[in-house]
Write a protein of this length. Structure first.
Lengths: 370, 352
């Protein structure tokens, strides 16, 4: 059995100073925003907001300065909580991209001008990601791509897609033969159609590739190295603060409601949720500190995400059980609207970035069970 | 974790692994005081982490106390180590000498008070405290109470009161102590940083560490069992449903360890009421769920007295209710959060 390490840590003073700065910025930017708008937190796509963040130096915080980064610590990045724009594209290119790719993309990402979608899932490849079938065949000067990606968030708004395609097929070794590419979303042969989620919102897309030519210099890393690169990214993605804060806006509305006249049951409900939240923050911080120290907290990150999403999904249920108010769309009070939004969003919390079942499989492997 | 603390962890783990055998646990449950074990634990300086070296203690911190209390919980050590840690801290912080031997603390219920009154040159203690941990075994009891409008810490010898024996689910002594104008060994105004409800608060703190240790044991033992026990021709741990349940146990164990450690860190900084409440709520919840999963995976053998699993689970079921259950602490926590207001929640969390 592998040992799970959750050492307590302290944020360095520069990270604490940055927290105040970010808080002030957000107060200015989001001060008037309705709670239900704030509840969108991590799911939003706002190019102007990204540019403002970029101008402040809050995207690409940890990257080298020569690529438009700011060479700050992973912990400063952690408190700024703005992992989204640079979460996958930047680190991927820094680790595996060519010098030309870094020069071409990183400064624009750092300014908040360039956005990326992630093309991984396919109609027959969800949790079984390694089974993906979209082919990238070698042709003169590059690759010809055919196949379909689904659940591609914000592909219709993004400039590029980081896509994982199959460059080699061997049924016995499905984890091999995968390769990552940077794909301009405007390329000839790409057709996008919206997939509307259960709440009526459009952020998912189906993206069909028909004989799409992707130039050789848009390949990221070696041919066949895709699986390893993808799993490296996921470790980063799983440990971030958004993995336990998705329902934070609702917890705040609950506290606002309960503060008026806290009876014993309401107080106990709030207290229990806060106990979970406070503990998750320490666990998540512990993972951030391990990442900063150059360690590989894959297992701990999976634990935080599993415990964190369970908490996030519980909040709307607990609010319903306690207050029994109707969740609403556009009408009613703030609490009702936030409840309405999160009730419909909650099922996705334990699906995105690896389903609960996949994460628990990873944890079980750490326990020596498989 | 610093190096000294790692060494401390290794020392306690080795000591408890060697000495806290199944036979010893069974004999303790029949009422035999494991005196030899206590002596080794005391000689190794594990019982007084917060007492200055000049007063015979280890001169350490709550962080050190966490290592000891968690290990004691992991091994189900049938001794009042946690109580002695708190009691000796209360005494030395209040400028009182710490006697050798096991200590306990009282009263353990919020609604109970023991009365301290001046008599001649000394103080006398009156009142009844129920379910005092290790009451019959502890040489002395440390009491926090109010007298003459201030918070006082008093030390009474075992013989000073009448003892009626009782026990918790793990057959650990939980005795009734009744005092009738009993003379005390010493009394002094509570030291700085000792709140009026210190026994309740710090009792909850050490129980959270013991429970985190109990969960460590459950996770390791249950994972191990799942790789050894075979059904349908393969280890039961190869079934996904078992793997999923063990992953849930791992999550609760990790959360419990983190919440408890954070509360001890806060205790080293000063006012730890918020973190202690968080820990007692979070760890207590983990204890209930953890015990349930561990038993389910172990099947019928885990339900026997023969199997050691029950030494941990019966303790967890009792400890989570001692010094306030999850409901008590969640209510207190929720009221404090409501009082500060919604917008203060995140700044409060990140400032601690």
């Amino acid at each position: 059995m592998q040992t799970f390490r959750f050492e307590l840590g302290e944020l360095p003073p520069e990270a604490e100073a940055l927290r105040a700065e970010v808080r002030e910025f957000l107060r200015h930017e989001l001060g008037d925003a309705a709670p239900v708008r704030r509840a969108h937190s991590w799911g939003g796509f706002d190019r102007e907001f990204s540019k403002k963040m970029g101008a402040r130096g809050w995207i690409a915080m940890t990257w080298p300065k020569r690529y438009g980064g700011h060479e700050r610590s992973a912990l400063e990045r952690y408190v700024s909580a703005h992992w989204i724009a640079d979460r996958q594209s930047g680190p991927l290119l820094l680790r595996f991209g060519t010098e030309t790719q870094r020069q071409q993309f990183l400064p624009a990402i750092a300014r908040g001008e360039l956005s990326f979608a992630i093309g991984m899932s396919e109609p027959d490849s969800g949790s079984d990601l390694a089974s993906l079938r979209t082919r990238a065949e070698r042709v003169a000067g590059g690759y010809k791509v055919n196949g379909t990606k689904v659940w591609t968030s914000n592909a219709h708004l993004a400039d590029y897609m980081i896509a994982t395609f199959r460059t080699h097929h061997d049924p016995a070794k499905k984890h091999e033969g995968l390769t990552q590419f940077l794909v301009d979303t405007k390329l000839h042969g790409i057709t996008m159609s919206p997939i509307i989620d259960l709440a009526g919102s459009h952020h998912f897309n189906m993206v069909v590739f028909e004989d799409v030519f992707v130039p050789e210099d848009m390949r990221v890393g070696e041919e066949g190295a895709g699986w390893k690169q993808v799993t490296t990214e996921l470790a980063f993605e799983r440990s971030g603060p958004e993995r336990y804060l998705s329902s934070f806006a609702l917890l705040l509305e609950l506290i606002r409601e309960v503060s008026k006249d806290p009876g014993e049951r309401a107080a106990a409900t709030v207290g229990r949720l806060v106990a979970h939240l406070a503990t998750l923050r320490q666990m998540s911080l512990s993972v951030a500190l391990m990442l900063q120290a150059g360690e590989n907290p894959n297992l701990e990150a999976a634990v935080v995400k599993d415990v964190g999403t369970t908490f996030e999904q519980e909040v709307p249920e607990v609010v319903h059980a306690l207050l029994g108010v109707e969740p609403t769309i556009d009408t009613g009070g703030d609490l009702q609207q936030v409840l309405g939004f999160l009730m419909q969003r909650a099922p996705s919390f334990s699906l995105r970035g690896g389903t609960r079942e996949i994460l628990r499989g990873i944890i079980a492997r750490g326990l020596g069970l498989r | 974790m610093n190096e000294l603390r790692t060494i401390l962890g290794d020392v306690v783990t080795r000591l408890f692994t060697d000495l806290v055998t199944k036979d010893l646990l069974e004999s303790a449950e029949t009422g035999t005081w494991p005196g030899a074990l206590w002596q080794v634990v005391e000689e190794n300086g594990l019982t007084l982490p917060l007492v200055p070296e000049s007063k015979g203690g280890a001169g350490g911190s709550w962080g050190d106390a966490f290592v000891v209390a968690r290990a004691a919980g992991r091994h189900a050590v049938p001794l009042p180590i946690a109580e002695t840690i708190v009691g000796s801290w209360l005494l030395s912080t209040s400028g009182l000498d710490v006697p050798s031997g096991p200590l306990t603390i009282a009263p353990v219920h919020r609604e109970e008070t023991l009365r301290l009154a001046r008599a001649g040159g000394g103080w006398r203690l009156s009142g009844t405290a129920a379910r005092v941990p290790w009451g019959r075994a502890a040489g002395h009891v440390v009491v926090v109470t109010e007298a003459e409008s201030r918070s006082m810490v008093a030390l009474a010898a075992r013989g000073a009161g009448e003892i009626t024996t009782d026990q918790n689910l793990a057959r650990e002594p939980r005795d009734i102590l009744a005092f009738e104008a009993a003379p005390v060994v010493a009394a002094a105004p509570a030291g700085r940083g000792v709140p009026a409800r210190a026994v309740w608060l710090y009792g909850a703190l050490v129980r959270s560490a013991q429970m985190a240790g109990g969960l460590d044991y459950l996770l390791r033992q249950t994972s191990q069992y799942a790789t050894e026990r075979r059904q349908f021709g393969k280890p039961i741990g190869s079934f996904q449903v078992i793997q999923q349940n063990l992953a849930v146990l791992a999550g609760h164990t990790a959360a419990a360890g983190t919440a408890a450690a954070n509360a001890f860190r806060a205790a080293d900084r000063g006012d730890a009421a918020f973190e202690i409440a968080v820990a007692k709520v979070r760890v207590g919840e983990a204890a209930g769920i953890g015990a349930q999963i561990a038993h389910q995976v172990h099947g019928a053998i885990g339900f026997t007295y023969e199997h050691a699993l029950q030494f941990a689970t019966r303790r967890l079921w009792s400890w989570r209710a001692e010094f306030g259950g999850e409901g008590d602490w969640a209510t207190e926590l929720g009221r404090s959060v409501a009082e500060r207001g919604a917008d203060a929640l995140w700044p409060h969390l990140t400032a601690r």
